[in-house]
Each structure stands twice: as C-alpha cells, then as structure tokens.
Design a protein around this ligand. Structure first.
Ligand SMILES: Cc1cc2nc3c(=O)[nH]c(=O)nc-3n(C[C@H](O)[C@H](O)[C@H](O)COP(=O)(O)OP(=O)(O)OC[C@H]3O[C@@H](n4cnc5c(N)ncnc54)[C@H](O)[C@@H]3O)c2cc1C
Length: 353
C-alpha cells in the first residue's frame, strides 16, 4: 500500500512528494501534464521586499533561509539548472520613496535585504530613476518550468509517477485507505492548483482564480539584473526579457489587449529604451483571500487532504510549508495556524447545510 497518492505535479505536488519521499514514504504522483499550468508559466521570482510600502514578505526570514539551501541542493540531486539568485534593482521615483528606503536600509532588521542605494546617474541611460534606486539582496528566480520538468523525470525514474487525468468519480473511499485504479493509499493529498475548484471534496475552499498575463520583450537592457517596479523585467538571455504580471480575477485563461496595455504602460514608465514584444501568454494562480496556503485534512474524510493556495509565491512558500507539513504528518510539529485548512471548515459545513 502507498502512504501517499499526490494529485497534481506543479510546484506544490512536486515539492511535497519529494519531501515525503526523502522521509522514506511510499508516494505516487498523478498529473495530467497540462502545458499551461500555473507552475509552467510562472516567472518564478522570489523577492524579499514587495509592494509600494516596501514591506517584507510574510515570514521572509524563515522562507528565504530555506529557498537558498533547498533549490541549490535540489539542482544537484535532480541534475538540472533552475535556481538563479539575482540582484533586484528597484528604481525610486519620488522623494517619499527615497526616504522610506533610507530609513529601511539603516534598520538592522532590513539590512540583510537592502544592499545599497544608488544615484540616479547609475541607470539613467535606460531607466526612469529620478531619485536613484535600491539594490535588493536575496532575490532571484527559479525556472519553475525547468523545475517541474526535472521533478517529472526524477519521479518517473523512481517509478512514482503516473501521467493521467485524475477523475474524481474513480476514487473509492474506505475507512482507513483509498483506492484509485490499481493504487491503494493511506491518504490522497490534492495539489491540483486552481483545478481543486472542480474537486467535489474540496470545491468549498475559498480559492480564487487569478489570471496573470506576461510578455516576452526584446530590448537593450542589462542581462545580469532583474528590475522591479510596478512590473518586473526578468532577463531570459539573448536580450529577451520576461515582463509581468497582471492580476485579474477570472478563470478564463487567455491573453487580452487590456492585459498587454497594462503591462506596456507600466513598462514605459520604467524603461527609456525601445522594445519589441515577441510573445504574450497567461496562466492562472491559485490564490486565497487571506493570501496564505491551505494545508490539511478534509473535515470528514481524513484520508483526503490538500496542499494548495500557494498564490503568487509558490517558489518561496513551497519548500518551507512542504517540510512543515511532512513534520506535521509525522506528528513531530504543529502546522502554522495561518495555513491550516481548519480555518475554512465553516465553509464546508455552510455549503452542506
Ligand atoms: C503569470 C504567473 C506568474 C507567476 N509568477 C510567480 C513568481 O514570480 N513567483 C512565484 O513564486 N510564483 C509565481 N506564480 C505563482 C505560482 O505559479 C503558483 O504559486 C504555483 O505554480 C502553484 O503551484 P501548484 O502546484 O499549486 O499549481 P499548478 O502549477 O496549477 O499545478 C497543478 C498541477 O495539477 C494538475 N492537475 C490539476 N487537476 C488535475 C487532475 N484532476 N488530474 C491530474 N492532474 C491534475 C495540473 O495540470 C498541474 O500540473 C505565478 C503564476 C502565474 C500564473
């Protein structure tokens, strides 16, 4: 009998299945290999300081300590390249912002993330940085598509991968285990991203489908740094750059003129050089109203569980919470209250009533 059957091999299912296997569990991963899954189109950026008010990302110290060890170790184990630490350049476009950065960079709590403030002359040839800018440390990106592809190869080699569409009606629940086709498992953990809304056992979860559109542009910009302000500009080699991303609450996964316009307007506020759009694509993020992952058992069927809701930060959240969840499953530690699925059980009972 399997210990865990994992449904979905995006970032969530991959990282969780890997962490479970490392603890000696028998695991099988089922995925339909959708080419436009969130993980296959994600920019994969991890950025410690976000938003206009320059706030530290939630749990950034814990999450980022792990990001910088987990992915490089994984690269060696999976024999693939997907982890790219990279300086993040944040242009400063007003005196207020400049004051904010000066106060933050002098604060020991922030100095690990803000490297140095630079004068406007430094990037003046290609960026609008009227008041200079800041360089952020500890950021970078993970090539999420390369990551899930490398995981897929690894799982296949380890004979723990089935490419199939998981049809929920085929799942048979018994008191102590589940059956799905020829597989018998103590527990199924659903990691289907936004598709969990089609899952009859978990469709009550308050997951939202947040579409993101992105562009690939060709431009004469520096290729060793990421630029982030309103949009990110991520070098992809060969003078090509990924520009993104929009946020649109819809389940329709398609590119639009509106999305393109939103991105180009922000881009033009940021860069001074000409550019050409060479591609435009979209994906759907599994986001949650309170912006926290959703982890744990179904309210009445304890053989069923979810690991989902990684939202806009799958790369930085997944290693930390997959490891925490495995510890929890082993009875060694608690889950953070903020991520426990129990916080939404009332939605299940409300829907049933
Ligand atoms: C445009 C865009 C930009 C993003 N940028 C970033 C970023 O810069 N940094 C960052 O950290 N995150 C980013 N994200 C978010 C990140 O992509 C998500 O947090 C992450 O991919 C979610 O992973 P997941 O495994 O939960 O879902 P998914 O990637 O959707 O994976 C679910 C998998 O399950 C499969 N599946 C679903 N249902 C079934 C079924 N019934 N049977 C079999 N298989 C099934 C799907 O095909 C898929 O392979 C971005 C997302 C988008 C869309």
């Amino acid at each position: 009998m399997l210990d865990y059957l994992i449904v979905g091999q995006g970032i969530a299912g991959s990282v969780l299945a890997y962490c479970l296997k490392k603890q000696g569990y028998k695991v099988m991963v089922v995925d339909d290999n959708h080419p436009q899954s969130s993980s296959k189109v994600a920019a994969g950026i991890f950025n410690p300081i976000t938003g206009k008010k320059l706030v530290k990302s939630w749990k950034v110290d814990d999450l980022f300590a792990l990001v910088h060890t987990f992915y490089p170790t994984l690269e060696k184990e999976l024999n693939a390249n997907f982890y790219f630490p990279m300086e993040i350049v944040k242009p400063i476009q007003s005196i207020e912002e400049q004051n904010l950065f000066i106060s933050k960079s002098g604060n020991p709590d922030w100095s690990g993330y803000v490297e140095v403030l630079f004068p406007e002359t430094e990037y003046a040839s290609y960026l609008h940085t009227e008041e200079g800018g800041a360089r952020l440390k500890q950021g970078g990106w993970v090539d999420a598509k390369a990551l899930v592809n490398a995981f897929c190869t690894y799982f296949a080699q380890e004979k723990m991968y089935v490419q199939a569409s998981f049809v929920y009606e085929d799942l048979v629940l018994r008191d102590e285990y589940v059956l799905w086709h020829e597989y018998k498992a103590k527990k199924v953990i659903f990691c289907e991203g936004y598709n969990v809304l089609q899952n009859p056992y978990f469709s009550w979860l308050p997951l939202r489908t947040t579409k993101g559109e992105q562009l690939i542009i060709q431009a004469d910009l520096p290729e060793q740094k990421m630029i982030n302000k309103g949009v990110f500009i991520l070098p992809k080699g060969d003078k090509k750059f990924l520009v993104g991303a929009t946020f649109d609450l819809t389940e329709v996964n398609s590119i639009t003129e509106k999305g393109k316009r939103q991105l180009t307007e922000k881009l033009e506020k940021l860069i001074r050089v000409p550019y050409e759009i060479v591609d435009h694509f979209s994906g759907i993020r599994p986001t949650v109203v309170d912006r926290k992952p959703i982890i744990g058992n179904h309210p009445t069927h304890t053989q069923l569980a979810v690991f989902n809701g990684l939202g806009t930060k799958g790369i930085s959240l997944s290693p930390y919470f997959a490891q925490q969840y495995v510890q929890y499953l082993q009875g060694n530690s608690a889950l953070d209250k903020e991520v426990m699925v129990e916080r939404y059980y009332d939605k299940f009972y409300h829907k049933k009533a």
